[in-house]
Design a protein around this ligand. Structure first.
Ligand code: AMP
Ligand code: MG
Length: 347
């Protein structure tokens, strides 16, 4: 089954063609980072307008790259949410137009859930995906810090999410406050590499085992207070501070994943893998912290081009969800029921 994926939830327009949920035939991403950079963050209306400029061009280029013709496409998958409303509407309207003109079914998928499929793309072709499940899955991005229990590739049981800021958001906000650049994650990674441990300490967030949740606003405020009091942090001192900050930002995720493993064990549930996805999963220190769970549990990360937003992950999840709908005899939503959703559906 060949699935076309369309993504436009934030500041990347993306189109991809994926065969059988695994084999990426083409994946193109047009990033708007340089357009938003002068503002230090994403401006929603500008994002929507940029998607409108890029989406049909990307479609044509991805079509050429894949060597497919439009009649080869079996299904169109598009991000329905969460994301910026205006930005989502561009991708969804484009996808609906395609669905009508090509006479192919259209499935809307959740962007956060799709990130997990980023970790599954690029596995050796002979990997049987079913053997990776059940799994603990984490999406650590600019908008979300979600931890799931997954029995299979389409069922997501949310075990923990953030009470306030997302991990990537915290990295971005702290970098912005310190005038380090945007997006903050990659800059912080570079500075932390030069830092030395044990020279600065930052508080531990939600240390108690009773909290199956993440929190980043206290860490962000701690950094803001330190910065207000002592803007003299520079050179090695600044690198040491950034390393301590990054260690806590990521250490918290490891602690909560260990806690989730403990709690699942009480329910007699044993994951075979930990799947870690989202923009922050590009960070090598984070990858090190999130590896080594023992008991044969292996951690999988996306290839770097599938950490950040892309449409291959949208096509992949769309493929598995469509097959599941067919297996269970359910139908796709009626045309009139189509809508986008800006916020993650926590229910
Ligand atoms: P996403 O929301 O999935 O598009 O990812 C964007 C987020 O990932 C932003 O918060 C970035 O700061 C963060 N990010 C990107 N690259 C890295 C990196 N190398 N280390 C840490 N965070 C990163
Ligand atoms: Mg994303």
């Amino acid at each position: 089954m060949i699935v076309a994926g369309i993504e436009s939830s934030c500041d990347e327009t993306a189109v991809s063609f994926v065969k059988d949920g695994r084999n990426v035939l083409s994946s193109l991403v047009s990033s708007q980072i340089s357009v938003h950079q002068p503002f230090g963050g994403v401006i929603p209306e500008i994002a929507a307008r940029e998607h409108l400029k890029s989406v049909s061009y990307l479609w044509e280029q991805a079509m050429k790259q894949s060597g497919l013709c439009e009649s080869d496409i079996d299904l169109i998958a598009v991000t329905r949410g969460p994301g910026l409303a205006g930005a989502l509407l561009v991708g969804v309207s484009f996808a609906r137009g395609l669905s009508i003109s090509l006479d192919r079914p259209l499935i809307g998928v959740d962007h956060v859930h799709a990130h997990i499929h980023g970790a599954l793309l690029g596995l050796p072709p002979d990997t049987d995906i079913a053997e990776l499940f059940p799994a603990i899955a984490l999406v650590v991005s600019g908008g979300h810090t979600n931890l799931y229990w997954m029995e299979d590739p389409v069922r997501f049981r949310l075990l923990a999410s953030t009470l306030d800021d997302a991990c990537g958001e915290c990295l971005d906000k702290v970098a912005r406050m310190m005038d380090l650049g945007y997006p903050g994650g990659p800059v912080i990674e570079k500075m932390a590499e030069k830092g030395q441990r044990g020279r600065v300490s930052v508080p531990t967030m939600l240390p108690g085992k009773e909290y199956m949740a993440f929190s980043y606003s206290g860490l962000k405020t701690h950094m803001a207070r330190l910065w207000e009091k002592n803007q003299g942090f520079q050179g090695q001192d600044l690198n040491d501070l950034i390393l301590a900050f990054q260690d806590e930002a990521f250490g918290q995720i490891r602690r909560k994943t260990d806690l989730a493993l403990e709690q699942l064990q009480k329910e007699d549930k044993y994951p075979r893998s930990v799947l870690v996805a989202g923009g922050v999963a590009a960070n090598q220190s984070f990858r090190n912290i999130m590896s080594g769970f023992g008991n044969g549990v292996r951690t999988w990360f996306p290839a770097l081009n599938y950490c950040s937003d892309n449409a291959a992950m949208i096509a992949a999840l769309g493929c598995y969800e469509y097959q599941e709908l067919q297996r269970s005899g359910k139908s796709l939503p009626d045309d009139a029921d189509w809508d986008i959703y800006p916020r993650y559906l926590y229910s």
